[in-house]
Design a protein around this ligand. Structure first.
Ligand SMILES: C[S@@+](CC[C@H](N)C(=O)[O-])C[C@H]1O[C@@H](n2cnc3c(N)ncnc32)[C@H](O)[C@@H]1O
Length: 267
């Protein structure tokens, strides 16, 4: 589990990524359609940006729980829910993604959580078992990958500098309809809806983007042991791939993310 790593990353994740992710969360929740009175579990909730659109859709009724393995993330989520004035009780728990809190759920949500889990099959099976009748699972993941996108260019630079990491981010394959369908099927679930969405995100400079990735994003656990020299080499390798090739190049792009809505397969 990378709980400690995400504990350290919680503040930069919240400051640097969450504002850019909110349009993706809103797209996910629009497609997951939480209905008033439903019981909703948000897994790997991080600082909980998904909770506001869900609570709005629930109109303050039903049940809402949020889990994450990082205590610091859960503290952020609790504080943010209070600040946002969410008008329904939320059960915040430090728990693994596979833990469904002994409940039966109408909707289980995972935004940018599944990619990092080693035991995805097991996690999905536990979600499947915890679904009520007509219950559904809503998953949001980055991808399909775009060869010239900043995420991929940064990943190429990382692998170029630290080949031992052997492919930084293993979750990209999750984004395709076929692989997501297969993963779900192996856990007793069927894909009922799949959509690719894009929202624009901007960074004032390539350097700011890379710092956000390394301090609060998907590279957090990868760059920990790299050391200053190799971090510098990775940054140079990244900037060299940009047009113009500079740390100061501003980035504005619309990375693809995939939404999968799944239900239990008929017995
Ligand atoms: C990229 S963040 C996503 C947070 C949030 N869902 C969002 O979309 O903003 C990934 C989160 O997964 C959590 N996480 C990592 N491994 C986990 C595990 N095994 N069980 C539960 N949460 C986990 C991390 O603590 C982190 O908060």
């Amino acid at each position: 589990m990378r709980g400690n790593c995400w504990d350290r990353a919680a503040s930069p994740y919240f400051d640097l990524w969450v504002p850019r992710l909110i349009p993706y969360h809103e797209d996910l929740i629009r497609r997951a359609v939480p209905r008033p009175g439903e019981r909703v579990l948000v897994t790997a909730a991080g600082p909980g940006a998904e909770l506001l659109p869900i609570s709005r859709a629930l109109e303050g009724t039903g049940m809402l729980a949020a889990t994450d393995s990082s205590p610091t993330m859960i503290e952020h989520a609790r504080a943010e829910a209070q600040k946002a004035g969410i008008a329904m009780p939320i059960d915040f728990r430090v728990a693994d993604a596979a833990d469904t809190l002994g409940g039966t759920w109408d909707l289980i949500v995972s935004a940018f959580g599944l990619w990092q889990l080693e035991d995805r099959d097991e996690v999905l099976r536990s979600w499947s078992e915890a679904l009520g009748e007509d219950g559904r699972i809503a998953v949001l993941e980055w991808g399909p990958p775009e060869p010239d996108g900043p995420f991929q260019l940064a990943e190429l630079a990382l692998v170029h500098t630290a080949p031992e990491l052997g492919g930084a981010r293993r979750g990209w394959a999750l984004a395709s309809r076929e692989s997501m369908g297969e993963l779900l099927a192996s856990s007793g679930l069927r894909l009922v809806r799949h959509a690719v969405i894009r929202n624009t995100m901007s960074f004032g400079s390539a350097e700011g983007f890379l710092q956000a990735l390394c301090n609060g994003g998907a590279f957090v656990h990868l760059v920990e042991g790299l050391g200053r020299e190799r971090l510098g080499a990775m940054a140079e390798a990244f900037y060299a791939r940009l047009d113009p090739p500079s740390a100061r190049t501003p980035l504005s792009f619309a990375p693809a993310a995939s939404i999968a809505i799944a239900q239990k397969s008929p017995a």
